[in-house]
Design a protein around this ligand. Sequence first.
Ligand code: ADP
Ligand code: F6P
Length: 471
Amino acid sequence: MRQSSLVVVANRLPVDDNSAFDGAFEWRRSPGGLAGALHAILEQTPATWVGWSGHEGPAPDLPDIGSLRMCPIALSADDLAGYYEGFANSTLWPLYHDAVEQAVFDRGWWETYREVNRRFAEAAAEAVEPGGTVWVQDYHLQLVPQMIRERRPDVLIGFFLHVPFPPPELFMQLPRRIELLRGMLGADLVGFQRPQAAHNIAQLTAKLLGAEVTGDDQISFEGRTIRTGAFPMSIDVAEMQALAARRDVRTRAAQLRSDLGRPRRVLLSVDRLDYIKGIEQRLTAYSELLRDGRVKVRDTVMVQVAVPSRERVEKYRRLRDRIESEVGRINGEYGRVGEPAVHYLIQPFDRAELAALYQTADIMVVTPLRDGMNLVAKEYVAARADATGALVLSEFAGAADEFTDAFQVNPHDVDGLKERLLQAMEADPADLERRMTAMRDHLTGHDIVQWARSYLTTLDSTGRVAARIPG
Ligand code: ADP
Ligand code: F6P
């Protein structure tokens, strides 16, 4: 097998291989922020990506994408039930997101999680060249760093957690907490979105493993030093700016506004259909503003784009049912013929259509109850070339650390959310411009390439690995 000096390991490959089985391969972006953002930097990098194709059964034969080699991992129906839907998305996911939904501890899932992690680790260990680098992504693969170290002690190992890492009170609930911590500590550098996460792991390793912690960024454990730190992830800013500048995208944005009935204000939300995204609380706030007559249909429209996600997990199916029934109720009560109060779209859009939607939105409402980063907030800011528009942003999204000029809000506080929405809707254009300019300035110096380089330079201070990322 051909080996690479850089191997990325993530649950999903950057492609969805629907179209690959009949041989007619087509580049299709996988759902979610991780794969989309990473593919932007890796497409031009000589590297291998180990991941799952998004479909159950044997691993498909996928061609390289540019200089990026695909290494698909097969997952059976049982693997998906125990590893992906089970331990990753019904145990870790809710627990890591403040337990906004109850985490399920099913003893049967653990063995599958470990076995699937072993499969990813073996593929990565085979794919990396001597002295190379393996970069493991996210909560699905927390055991992989240690498993690679056992097989390939010669390589550098990085681990990055895209989701929040919880405070000790929550993490301590996990029946397999010690194995999970040891798994991550197999890496040379454990990266997080926010500084608080690095603080949390330092406290936990001292408490549970008796590790020695220096400051918040060095853990000494079993004769090795593991570094930790915050590396807030970002987007391909240039891509979104270029899309937003395209004439056809601007024309499309004008068309969308006209299709919406040329309202005075357009509110937009774009989320995966997940209970962490705070969609229900947002709909409650908006519906109360309509009920109280503080917002009027025709004058204002709300567009909610939602991509169905993890639908084999019951909580996600139930969430979708509740949201759809609430949208139906709001439209039934407050809409008029040809003028719904909430436009609800559960369709995948291409990047140009998303850019047009962002340009149409006067107020972007991003109010997750907890979110590792939230790249949609960054995409909106990148798309606002004329520095207009308002971003209403949850203080519990990672992006809140960087976008201090957004209209920040606690999304659990429905009254506070209503006030914040009104404040953003009624803000003085000069104030909006000042806020948007500050956020755009920040984003310019913090794009996805800068994120990858900063992480990889910390992993390998010689800069050898970071230099492989073009741009
Ligand atoms: P998460 O990783 O939890 O899904 P993020 O906000 O970080 O959340 O990333 C979501 C990504 O998915 C963004 O890049 C966004 O543009 C993309 N996306 C969201 N909704 C759609 C949609 N309807 N069609 C296509 N892409 C979408
Ligand atoms: O950000 C967390 C995450 O699991 C990412 O790995 C992924 O980009 C996104 O959520 C989508 O989730 P899934 O891969 O389960 O569809």
